[in-house]
Design a protein around this ligand. Structure first.
Ligand SMILES: Cc1cc2nc3c(=O)[nH]c(=O)nc-3n(C[C@H](O)[C@H](O)[C@H](O)COP(=O)(O)OP(=O)(O)OC[C@H]3O[C@@H](n4cnc5c(N)ncnc54)[C@H](O)[C@@H]3O)c2cc1C
Length: 696
C-alpha cells in the first residue's frame, strides 16, 4: 500500500493525458508553454477563484531524463509508491542526447533491474566491449595499421549502445502504463520547500511542499520524498548550496552523423581481403563497430558508437593538452580527428551531421546526495566525472538503487543509519575514478601504459563494483561496512598507481624511441589472469553478505598482485634489469608508498642477489627466485621500445629521475637486454627481454 493510501489519488493532470495520447497516436512531441503565459494563466485562475490541482504523492521526481525515468521505473516495479514526475521540457526530448554506451553495471541495471531487456535487444545495438586504438608507426592511414587493446570475447553481462532518446521514450511509455505514475511536462515555476527530518513516529511524516504550473494550471501539493534528477539544471544542489568543484578539467565535442561508420572499412583493402586478414586469428569476427571504439592520443580520445541509422562521434580531451578552439565545433573536431587518424578522412568529411553539442567543462560534484530528511539526487543533478569508461550510467544505477531502498525504509532511525552508509558508498563509487581522470589522462597517449592502467581499473570494476551490484549488496548493511573497509585499503594503491603510471608515461616520452616500425600490436586485456579472475565474479550470484566477504578479500589479493606486477614490469622496463620481476624485488614493493623513482628502483635492484648491480650475469641471476605470477610476463613483451641514444632527460625532482640517473640506466640496454635474456633463460626468471625472444 502507498504511504498515502487513498490520498495518493490518480487524478491525472492534462499533461499526463497528453503524454499518453502522444504514445497512442504517435504525435511528435508536446510543445512547451512559456513561463510568462503560465503566470498569466495562474493569475487568471486566481482572479476566477480556480483552485490549484492538488497532488499529495509519495515521491516527487524533478526531471525526466535517464536518471529520473529510470528511478521512476524502479520505484514502480519494486514498491507501491505514487510517483509524480515534473520536467521543465516536453518529454520525450527531440534533441539528440549524449550518453549512449553502457557497461556491465548500467547494462545489467537497465536490462535486468528495470526489466527493459526485450526493448534493449530489439531497438539498440548490443555492445562489443570497449576497444582502444593507437597510431602505429604507419601513421593511422588505415584500420589494419592501428595498434589495438581489447577483449575479444563478448562479456557475459550484456551491454548496449543506447539511443538515449529512444530508450527514454520507452521508459516514459512503460512508466505511463502504471496508474501510480503521473507526468507533468513541460512545467514552469517549480518551487519546492523541503522540510526537516521527520520526528518521532515513522508514520508522522514530515512532508515537502511543492507547486508548479503546467498546461496553464497551477499544481500544488506535498511529497514524502523529493528526488532531484534535473541533470545540469541541478535544482536542489543549487538551492541547498551543495555544489562542489570537481578536479577534472576536460572538454568534449560530439555529433551524430547519418548512417553507420564501419571503422573496419576505413582502409584501401577490399572486402574479401578485410575478411581474410591473418590477424583475424587474434581479433576474431565480431564487428568492431559494435564496440565503444576509442581512438587515443595523449590526453584525448575520440569515440565512435553505433546507433540504429546513425553513428555517435565525440572527442573528449584534457584542455591543457588539446586546444579547445581547434575542436569546439563538429566540423573542426572532425577535421582535427582526421589529422590525428587520417583513416577517418576516407569517410567522415562526407557524412551529414544530424545533431551536435559540446561542453567546455563537464565534471560535476556535490557534497551530499542523500538525506534522512527524505530528499536525494541522482544522475547529473549530483555528480558526473568523465565519459571514459562510461561511468554516467553506472552512477545512475547505483544511486537509484540506494535511493529506492532509502525510500522503502519507513523507520526514521533505520533510514538515518542507511543514509550515513549509502552516502559513503555513493562517494566511494564516484571518487574511485578521480585519479584516473584527474591524474593519468595523458597516459591515453601510450598503448603500454594505458593497457596497464585499464586492466587495473577494469579488474577493480568487475570485482568491487559489478560483483556487489548484481548481488544487491550495496543496500545490504551487513555487507557495506566490510566493502568500505576493503575499498579503503585499495584507495592509496589506486591513487599511487595512477601517479606512478603517469610518471612512467612521461619517462617513456623522454627516454625511449617512438614505437618501431613493424606489425601493429594487438593486445587482449584478458591475457591478464587477474582480469579473468575478476570477471569470474559475474558467475557468483545470490550470495549473502557473509558469503560475499571472502570473495572480496580474495579479489583484493588478486588486485594487489596485479598492482605488484605493474610496478615490477615498469621497474624492469625502466632499469632494463630483469631482476625487477624476481620474488625478492616484488615482495619488497610497498604499494602504499609507491613513487616513480628510477634511481630508487635501480638501487633496490642493485641490492638483490649479492649486489650484482645492473650488469646481471648468469651466475648471480640464477640465484634469483622467480615470482609466481598469475600471468605470463612475456605477454607484455610486444611493448618493448628501444632507448634513445642521446639523452635529453626530464628535470630532476619531477619524479622521472635525473638526467644523470637516466644516463646510467640508459647505458644499460644493449648489454643488459641480451645479458638478461640469456641469464633469465638459464635461471627461468621471466624477463621482458627473454619474453620478447619467444614472441612470433
Ligand atoms: C560527453 C559526454 C559523454 C557521455 N557518455 C556517456 C556514456 O557513453 N555512457 C554513460 O552512461 N554516460 C555518459 N555520459 C553521462 C550521461 O550523459 C549522463 O549520465 C546522463 O545524461 C545523465 O542523465 P540525467 O537524467 O541526470 O540528466 P538529463 O538526461 O539531462 O535529464 C535531466 C532532465 O531534467 C530536466 N530539468 C532540468 N532542470 C529542471 C528543472 N528546474 N525543473 C524540472 N526539470 C528540469 C531536463 O529538462 C531533463 O529532461 C556522458 C556525458 C558527457 C558529458
Amino acid at each position: 500500500m502507498s504511504e498515502l493510501g487513498e490520498g495518493g489519488n490518480r487524478e491525472r493532470g492534462l499533461s499526463g493525458r497528453a503524454a499518453e495520447r502522444f504514445h497512442a497516436e504517435g504525435i511528435e512531441g508536446i510543445e512547451g508553454i512559456e513561463g510568462i503565459q503560465a503566470s498569466e494563466a495562474v493569475e487568471r485562475d486566481l482572479a476566477e477563484g480556480v483552485e490549484p490541482i492538488r497532488k499529495d504523492v509519495d515521491v516527487l521526481i524533478i526531471g525526466g531524463g535517464l536518471a529520473g525515468l529510470a528511478l521512476a521505473r524502479q520505484l514502480l516495479l519494486r514498491s507501491d509508491k505514487q510517483v509524480l514526475l515534473v520536467d521543465r521540457r516536453a518529454l520525450p526530448p527531440t534533441k539528440q542526447k549524449v550518453g549512449e554506451a553502457t557497461v556491465q553495471m548500467s547494462g545489467y541495471y537497465y536490462a535486468r533491474v528495470l526489466e527493459m531487456e526485450e526493448h534493449l535487444l530489439c531497438e539498440h545495438y548490443m555492445k562489443y566491449n570497449l576497444r582502444f586504438y593507437w597510431k602505429h608507426s604507419a601513421g593511422g592511414e588505415r584500420y589494419e595499421d592501428l595498434d589495438q587493446s581489447y577483449i575479444r570475447n563478448l562479456s557475459n553481462i550484456v551491454t548496449y549502445q543506447l539511443d538515449r532518446n529512444v530508450f527514454e521514450a520507452e521508459l516514459l511509455r512503460v512508466n505511463l502504463e502504471s496508474p501510480r505514475f503521473e507526468l507533468y511536462a513541460p512545467a514552469t515555476e517549480l518551487e519546492v520547500e523541503l522540510t526537516g527530518p521527520a520526528a518521532g513516529d515513522a508514520r508522522d511524516l514530515a512532508r515537502h511542499r511543492f507547486r508548479f504550473v503546467s498546461s496553464e494550471r497551477e499544481v500544488a501539493g506535498t511529497a514524502a520524498w523529493v528526488v532531484d534528477a534535473s541533470g545540469r539544471g541541478r535544482y536542489l544542489a543549487r538551492r541547498q548550496g551543495l555544489i562542489t568543484q570537481s578536479p577534472i578539467r576536460h572538454g568534449a565535442t560530439w555529433c551524430w552523423v547519418e548512417g553507420l561508420v564501419d571503422i573496419e572499412r576505413l582502409t584501401d583493402l577490399d572486402a574479401p581481403e578485410v575478411r581474410k586478414r591473418r590477424d583475424r586469428s587474434a581479433l576474431g569476427h565480431v564487428p568492431a563497430f559494435l564496440a565503444t571504439n576509442h581512438f587515443c592520443g595523449e590526453g584525448y580520445w575520440f569515440w565512435t558508437i553505433p546507433l540504429h541509422g546513425k553513428t555517435s562521434l565525440g572527442l573528449v580531451y584534457d584542455r591543457s593538452l588539446v586546444p579547445r578552439e581547434e575542436v569546439a565545433t563538429p566540423a573542426a573536431m572532425i577535421d582535427w580527428v582526421c589529422r590525428q587518424y587520417p583513416m577517418f578522412a576516407r569517410d567522415l568529411p562526407r557524412r551529414r551531421i544530424v545533431d551536435w553539442s559540446g561542453f567546455k567543462d563537464f565534471a560535476l560534484d556535490s557534497s551530499q546526495t542523500l538525506s534522512a530528511a527524505r530528499w536525494a539526487m541522482c544522475g547529473e543533478a549530483c555528480r558526473f566525472s568523465d565519459p571514459l569508461y562510461s561511468p554516467g550510467g553506472d552512477l545512475i544505477s547505483v544511486y537509484n538503487t540506494l535511493i529506492t531502498d532509502a525510500i522503502l525504509t519507513a523507520d526514521p532511525v533505520q533510514l538515518a543509519s542507511k543514509v550515513r552508509l549509502y552516502e559513503q558508498v555513493a562517494r566511494a563509487v564516484y571518487d574511485s575514478y578521480l585519479p584516473s581522470f584527474a591524474v593519468s589522462y595523458a597516459t591515453l597517449g601510450d598503448q603500454e601504459t594505458f593497457t596497464l592502467r585499464y586492466v587495473w581499473e577494469l579488474t577493480v570494476y568487475f570485482s568491487f563494483f559489478v560483483f556487489p551490484f548484481i548481488n544487491d549488496l550495496f543496500t545490504d548493511r551487513q555487507f557495506v561496512p566490510s566493502f568500505l573497509r576493503h575499498f579503503a585499503r585499495l584507495g592509496p594503491t589506486n591513487r599511487n598507481l595512477h601517479a606512478f603510471l603517469a610518471a612512467y608515461f612521461e619517462w617513456k616520452k623522454a627516454w625511449l624511441e617512438p614505437v618501431a616500425a613493424g606489425p601493429p600490436r594487438h593486445f587482449d586485456f584478458y591475457q591478464f589472469a587477474h582480469l579473468r579472475a575478476a570477471a569470474e565474479c559475474f558467475y557468483q550470484v545470490g550470495l549473502s553478505a557473509e558469503e560475499a566477504r571472502p570473495v572480496l578479500a580474495e579479489q583484493l589479493e588478486n588486485l594487489e598482485d596485479l598492482a605488484r606486477f605493474i610496478v615490477a614490469h615498469v621497474s624492469a622496463a625502466v632499469t632494463g634489469d630483469p631482476r625487477a620481476l624476481s620474488r625478492e624485488f616484488v615482495e619488497g614493493i610497498d604499494l602504499r608508498r609507491l613513487v616513480f623513482d628510477p634511481a630508487a628502483m635501480t638501487a633496490r635492484i642493485a641490492g638483490i642477489s649479492s649486489g650484482a648491480g645492473n650488469g646481471a650475469n648468469a651466475a648471480n641471476t640464477a640465484k634469483i627466485a622467480p615470482y609466481p605470477w598469475r600471468l605470463q610476463p612475456a605477454s607484455m613483451a610486444p611493448f618493448r621500445q628501444a632507448r634513445r641514444a642521446a639523452q635529453e632527460g626530464p628535470e630532476a625532482g619531477d619524479g622521472a629521475g635525473t638526467p644523470e640517473q637516466g644516463a646510467e640506466t640508459a647505458a644499460l640496454p644493449a648489454a643488459t637486454a641480451a645479458d638478461a635474456a640469456a641469464t633469465a633463460a638459464e635461471a627461468k626468471v621471466p624477463t621482458l627481454a627473454a619474453a620478447g625472444a619467444e614472441q612470433p
